[in-house]
Design a protein around this ligand. Sequence first.
Ligand code: URA
Length: 214
Amino acid sequence: MDFKSNEKLHIMDHPLLQHKLSLLRNEETDTRAFRQIVSEISTLMCYEATRDLPLKEEKIRTPMGEGTFSVLAEKDPAVVPILRAGSGMLDGILTLMPSARVGHIGLYRDPATLEPVEYYCKLPSDITEREVLVLEPMLATGGSASAALQFLKGYGCSRIKLMNILCAPQGVEKVLTEHPDVDIYTAAVDEGLNDQGYIVPGLGDAGDRIYGTK
Ligand code: URA
């Protein structure tokens, strides 16, 4: 699959984003810096992923007069981090969209089968009326992300975007095949996966590096 030319895959090549990603890759970047940079990258990615939000015109009185100006036409998107690493991206998203609603989906990867297992889910009651941004820093095999997207669609969500700081080709291919309607926003697609399902060269275990658990 020549996914790099797929219009649903948005690889963001902004120099600030690429520089920050390289800082994340560096094994010497400590927990505090790693967490901060994940947040900054998420803000930059959010800016790009919300570029096509529809606008409407509204009359607004300024201190100097009145005019017709653009405002968001719909409710703010809902943001759904996939626990646990996705939560590390949340602050950066809420920096740009402070009134966004937030849901959580808990999935872990069975170390033996590498298959996703759901253990938690709490979503905003009006999520089906909103665009949904799913947060998952690492799109590795794509198993967890694809399962989360399937779950959200089953719940009635119809407009979903997936935000991954870093991807493996296998994960991109899985999501584009199983969810051709979903846009993927990412800073890079790396070479592949090692035999434990980690992205190479990647940046290691995002959850462990965000939360300092290793
Ligand atoms: N999850 C991570 O945190 N890192 C990887 O490389 C793959 C999955």
